[in-house]
Design a protein around this ligand. Structure first.
Ligand code: PHE
Length: 344
């Protein structure tokens, strides 16, 4: 039993020294003294040989426990000292201000935003102010008030995301903003309304379920189709260049009468090539839909169609960006690849 008491003393002594040790070299010394070949524990093992079996068993057990405990304490202390040393070097080391800095990447404006900004700027030059409407709309604003009653075949053109159980949907075009503006404001009105629109489309190179439009609306006394033509010709020339020609073709949208689709002369082949992949040899590229505000739309918002006339148009932003930058796949706009986006 005497040996065990000595072991306790030994443990106490080692722990005291350990507490006083404050550098890694001294700690390594202590480790050697305790666990080394000629260290304290190996000597104790030697002593073990000369003991009687029962004593041997008890002493052996106590010895192992002490060894484990001291080993753990030394490891802990090593970690702690290494940490302090690292902290000291970090605080003492002066930074080298002459080193070259890490590269800094400045973000770029998304091509759709570039086009959108340009479109809004062109219209602001001729007095159109920019307004916003919500992306979740009522069935009435998106269709009913726009002269597209339930069961109207034009609804088939808009594959709509409906919100279950409510009379709400994700707007399929920006035209409901016309309704919102005319309900709140009396003529004269001259607005453009940019924003996201949603259609339940299969996604491919020229279709997306989420895309962007800019709506235009002008209402006043004596607004004529000539005003619509002048406005859109001005816009097309500003956006694509002075040499660009515009063409108006009759078309149908329930909320305008007459309605038109507007083409521009091909920006790629300048209407010269029969095998042009963009205009398909026709020399013309479809740009936007427009027309004179239908009297039924005026009636739905309590504007007197006998006193006022107006025009409206809807521009697809993706389409313009694709033309302007020669992009053939719409999906590139939404994939967020830095290599693609940093080109604009
Ligand atoms: N809202 C129509 C569409 O999304 C475009 C349009 C707007 C047509 C205004 C005429 C007048 O297809």
């Amino acid at each position: 039993m005497e040996k065990i008491y000595r072991l306790n003393d030994l443990e106490k002594k080692i722990i005291e020294t350990l507490e006083k040790t404050n550098d890694l070299t001294a700690l390594e010394e202590l480790r050697k003294e305790t666990f080394g070949k000629k260290g304290i524990f190996n000597q104790a093992l030697e002593d073990l040989k000369n003991l009687a079996p029962l004593e041997k068993q008890q002493f052996g057990k106590a010895l192992n426990l002490t060894k484990e405990k001291i080993d753990l304490l030394i490891k802990e202390k090593t970690l702690k000292l290494e940490e302090t040393k690292l902290e000291q070097t970090l605080t003492q080391k002066k930074p080298d201000w002459t080193l070259p800095s890490l590269p800094f990447y400045l973000g770029k404006t998304h091509p759709l935003t570039l086009v959108l900004d340009e479109v809004l700027k062109i219209f602001s030059e001729i007095g159109f102010s920019s307004v916003h409407g919500p992306e979740i709309e009522t069935d009435e604003n998106n269709f009913g008030a726009l002269n597209i009653p339930e069961e109207h075949p034009a609804r088939d053109m808009h594959d709509t995301f409906y919100i279950a159980g409510e009379n709400l949907l994700l707007r399929t075009h920006t035209s409901p903003v016309q309704i919102r503006v005319m309900k709140k404001q009396s003529p004269p009105i001259r607005i453009v309304a940019p924003g996201r629109v949603f259609r339940h489309e299969a996604i491919d190179a020229t279709h997306s379920a989420v895309f962007h439009q800019v709506e235009g609306l002008a209402v006043d006394e004596n607004i004529s189709f000539a005003d619509l033509k002048g406005t859109l010709e001005f816009f097309n020339k500003k956006l694509f260049g002075k040499e660009i020609k515009s063409r108006f073709r009759p078309s149908y949208f329930p909320f305008v009468e007459p309605g038109a689709e507007i083409d521009i002369s091909c920006t790629i082949c300048k209407s010269q090539k029969s095998n042009c992949p963009v205009c398909k040899g026709t020399g013309w590229i479809e740009m936007l839909g427009a027309g004179m505000v239908h009297p039924n739309v005026f009636k739905a918002v309590n504007i007197d169609p006998n006193q006022y006339t107006g025009f409206a148009f809807g521009i697809g932003i993706e389409r313009i960006a694709m033309l302007k930058y020669g992009i053939s796949d719409m999906r590139l706009f939404y994939e967020n690849h830095i290599a693609f986006l940093s080109q604009f």
